[in-house]
Design a protein around this ligand. Structure first.
Ligand SMILES: Cc1cc2nc3c(=O)[nH]c(=O)nc-3n(C[C@H](O)[C@H](O)[C@H](O)COP(=O)(O)OP(=O)(O)OC[C@H]3O[C@@H](n4cnc5c(N)ncnc54)[C@H](O)[C@@H]3O)c2cc1C
Length: 340
């Protein structure tokens, strides 16, 4: 499945930029539509940070982020297609409406592009923060895992409306929440201060000087004024930076949060360019990224079908060898299936 840059030089139906859940889903669909595509991935999926997801449908025992990505890559590997490791450093819209994408020293050209480049979380400036996120000791996503924190004693790192919003979301799961600003001002309006107090959420504006980890939990935060707090888990509510450099370079319409604006078909403001997943304004979830990847791939396939006219398959007209599905030798003969 993995290709070299040299193999990827002929004109494609689509280049998918990003190999997280959004991009991989789009690629699986394009492969099954027998489209000529390449997926280019820099290998920094947010999903790889998920220790174990318990809210992603279809996995009653939960699923680790890297395992999920591996399963999706394996599914894509059942099909021929081009999967390239590395970074797309620029996308140029060409006068004929197609796209040129800079990949290393080479260029990929395609009729369509799907940007599924994701976002990067702002990690709290705490010792070993990245390791703590990987181990699930610092959490990023209450929608994903607040259920596992029912009645727990929680710290939310954040301030302002965003920090309070996350604390209030968690407040419906537990009564014991402290908002920790890491020495910054709390920055709440009088009305929001009143909401916070009414909800019984404490706030600490003193800098954090130390974190004690015991086994698989963060046991204690020490503050500059000598106070110490023990608790069960930390949520970071510091937001994220969209990986929107390509989108900005292309002049795509962006939302005020820096992410890409799309329509219901995942089309961006430039014809032929699509976006899916966390890089699109909306809910940052595995299932949403996957669904948007599906929608984008289907729309591209339908556009190409309309352009190509009705193409009828015949036994003498197989798919191009480079994009034909590998069928196991012991697979049963194909049966007629009704159209959906
Ligand atoms: C700690 C944590 C826990 C989470 N838990 C859950 C959960 O339980 N349930 C849930 O639904 N969601 C969860 N999420 C959110 C989920 O991980 C994201 O919503 C999902 O990964 C988004 O997928 P994506 O494909 O849009 O982006 P990503 O998964 O971030 O993938 C984007 C990919 O694009 C690549 N890329 C970027 N720019 C380029 C470029 N120029 N060229 C080539 N490649 C590029 C990146 O390297 C990356 O591999 C969690 C997130 C975190 C951080």
């Amino acid at each position: 499945m993995n290709a070299t840059p040299d193999q990827a030089m002929d004109h494609l139906d689509c280049v998918v930029v990003g190999g997280g859940p959004g991009g991989l889903t789009a690629a699986i669909y394009l492969a099954r539509f027998r489209r000529r595509f390449a997926l280019v991935d820099a290998g920094e999926s947010r999903a790889s940070w998920i220790p174990r997801s318990h809210n992603h449908p279809g996995f009653p025992q939960g699923v680790g982020g890297t395992e999920l990505l591996q399963r999706m890559r394996e599914q894509l590997g059942n099909h021929e297609g081009r999967v390239l490791s590395g970074t797309i450093s620029s996308v140029t819209c060409r006068p004929d409406g197609t796209f040129a994408l800079k990949y290393g020293r080479g260029t990929l050209t395609a009729d369509h592009v799907i940007l599924a480049t994701g976002v990067v979380d702002v990690e709290p400036p705490l010792p070993n923060a990245l390791e703590a996120v990987r181990r699930g000791l610092v959490r990023q996503c209450p929608i994903c895992d607040a259920y596992e924190m029912i009645d727990a004693k929680l710290v939310v790192i954040g301030r302002g409306e965003k920090g309070l919003g996350e604390a209030l979301f968690l407040r419906s799961y537990t009564s014991d929440i402290t908002l920790v600003t890491l020495g910054e001002p709390l920055d709440l309006s009088p009305a929001n201060m009143a909401r916070m107090e009414e909800a019984g959420i404490r706030a600490v504006e003193t800098p954090v000087t130390d974190i004690a980890v015991e086994g698989n939990r963060i046991a204690r935060l020490a503050f500059a004024d000598g106070m110490e707090t023990t608790f069960d888990s930390i949520y970071s509510a510091l937001g994220f930076h969209p990986r929107a450099d390509l989108a900005a370079m292309m002049g795509l319409r962006l939302h005020e949060d820096g992410r890409i604006v799309t329509d219901d078909h995942q089309r961006t403001s430039i014809d032929g360019c699509y976006a899916a997943g966390d890089i699109v304004t909306g809910l940052n979830q595995l299932g949403v990224a996957m669904a948007q990847g599906e929608i984008a791939a289907v729309d591209i396939h339908n556009r190409l079908r309309a352009r190509e006219g009705l193409k009828l398959a015949s036994a003498r007209d197989p798919a191009p060898p480079a994009f034909r599905q590998r069928v196991p030798e012991d697979a049963p003969a194909a049966e007629a299936q009704p159209a959906e």
